[in-house]
Design a protein around this ligand. Structure first.
Ligand SMILES: O=C(O)c1ccccc1N[C@@H]1O[C@H](COP(=O)(O)O)[C@@H](O)[C@H]1O
Length: 222
């Protein structure tokens, strides 16, 4: 079974659709430059509005970019996420500190533009619970992720990866089947591919994405 994360949720409607349609992970973005940004208090309100705090039907992931300790403390206090996604230039040492400070699991995103980028995975073997591979965004891009950019999925095929991993970047309901076939990904992550405008999720696209993922054969990730 391929597992899916729907990321950048900002409304009770889109969060509910994602959970009810079978997302294993739901992502909330805590990064002020993002059109999907939620302050920690707003993220908590969203979880409360949908009963997610009690039910925890999907794992809650907060996406951060080089978060400082003040943000981590606020996220821990208000959200207590299952995972913190590190989508910036964090080192393995900083990731260990984030885990110790928050008690959350760690998803480390590594940007990919070519085969050399995969050499960094060994640094993360004993540190991250899950790895994520997303397209490297241009140096002058507004965001380090969530831009609908993809990379050569075949780079990941057959690569021995030390942790369960997500494929991210430019996935859509129409291409996710091919992306998993070419990469062998056990887990997938999507944001802009299920939106009708930046930061505005489209419930029908969330359902279509999860339906496509639900029909895939594959390995069960741990
Ligand atoms: O979504 C964002 O706004 C975001 C901001 C900062 C860092 C990461 C962000 N999103 C992550 O990028 C992946 C891929 O996005 P897309 O599907 O290509 O739009 C997304 O799922 C988030 O994990």
């Amino acid at each position: 079974m391929t597992l899916a994360k729907i990321c950048g949720l900002t409304t009770p409607e889109s969060l509910t659709v994602a959970v009810e349609a079978g997302a294993a992970f739901v992502g909330l973005v805590a990064f002020e430059k993002s059109p999907r940004h939620l302050a920690p208090e707003d993220a908590r309100r969203l979880l409360d509005q949908t009963g997610m705090v009690e039910s925890r039907r999907a794992k809650v992931v907060v996406v951060t970019v080089d978060p400082d300790d003040a943000l981590l403390d606020a996220l821990t206090r208000h959200v207590a996420p299952d995972f913190i996604q590190l989508h910036g230039h964090e080192t393995p040492e900083r990731a260990e500190a984030v885990r110790a400070r928050t008690g959350a699991g760690i998803i480390k995103c590594l940007p990919v533009s070519g085969p050399d980028d995969l050499k960094r995975v060994t640094d993360w073997a004993g540190v991250a619970d899950h790895l994520m591979f997303d397209a490297r965004t241009p140096a002058d891009a507004a965001l380090p992720g969530g831009m609908g950019l993809s990379f050569d999925w075949t780079l990941l095929r057959g690569v021995d990866l030390p942790r369960p991993w997500f494929l991210a970047g430019g996935l859509t309901p129409d291409n996710v089947t091919e992306a998993v076939r070419l990469s062998g990904a056990p887990m997938v992550d999507v944001s802009s591919g299920v939106e009708r405008a930046p930061g505005v999720k489209e419930p029908a696209l969330i359902r279509a994405f999860l339906e496509a993922v639900g029909t895939l054969p594959g390995k069960q990730s741990s």
